[in-house]
Design a protein around this ligand. Sequence first.
Ligand code: ATP
Length: 250
Amino acid sequence: MLQISTLSKQFGEMRAVDNIDLAVRTGSFYGIVGPNGAGKTTTLSMVTGLLRPDSGSVQVHGIDVWGDPGAAKRAIGVLPDRLRLFDRLTGAQLLYYSGILRGLDNASVRERSADLAAAFGLEDALNRLVADYSAGMTKKIALACAMIHSPRLLVLDEPFEAVDPVSAANLIEILQRYVAAGGTVVLSSHGMDLIERVCDSVAIIVQGQVLASGTLDEVRGKASLEERFVELAGGRKAAEGMEWLHSFSD
Ligand SMILES: Nc1ncnc2c1ncn2[C@@H]1O[C@H](COP(=O)(O)OP(=O)(O)OP(=O)(O)O)[C@@H](O)[C@H]1O
């Protein structure tokens, strides 16, 4: 479903993404993990046609994302990292806008909006401005907008950040049913337990490079995913120094 080949992106001197290759099969629940600044968001932005790569290619469902971005984007639903939503719309209007933009007819948009609002527990918030939503509610309405056109591939950058445990469990169930029906999910997260629980495959990205990828068992071996992650990310730093923090200036 997704083939990333020798993808690179440099910002000035910084090689944010350095020759990344990844393959995600149809029906996979794929997790991308890595330390802050590792290049996850940059990679996912290039995958979804939001950021032009310096080199390399991305194929989604056999379509070259940068060769035919319109066709590729039809196959993808995206939850970007920094949410830039039209937040002077109500939740209902934002869902309507997303559905119509994706070519759905009126009746389908209304039916799907109601289903999504119920699934995410947003029924009572639909007529309020998105600008007034909490962080978690904003994330949920953005997720609903990403799903409304039933894409083949969902690319979700930190979908569980700020989402409460009940909503996260609902979302996981929705995604698991979507995958069981043949959809494909690629998500980034810092929640190792969650990735271990829901993903069948995972990639660990450190300093713009894929240091491990494959099925969950291939990547973690006999260790936990967190242990493998810490090992590949260069270990933990001992919390030394900063005595001033314990000197309490009052
Ligand atoms: N537009 C930009 N201009 C300059 N540098 C950038 C830009 N976008 C990202 N970077 C840099 O590229 C590197 C990778 O950033 P990226 O956002 O992809 O990391 P990430 O793995 O998603 O991190 P996090 O887990 O903190 O979200 C970082 O060093 C970041 O500062």
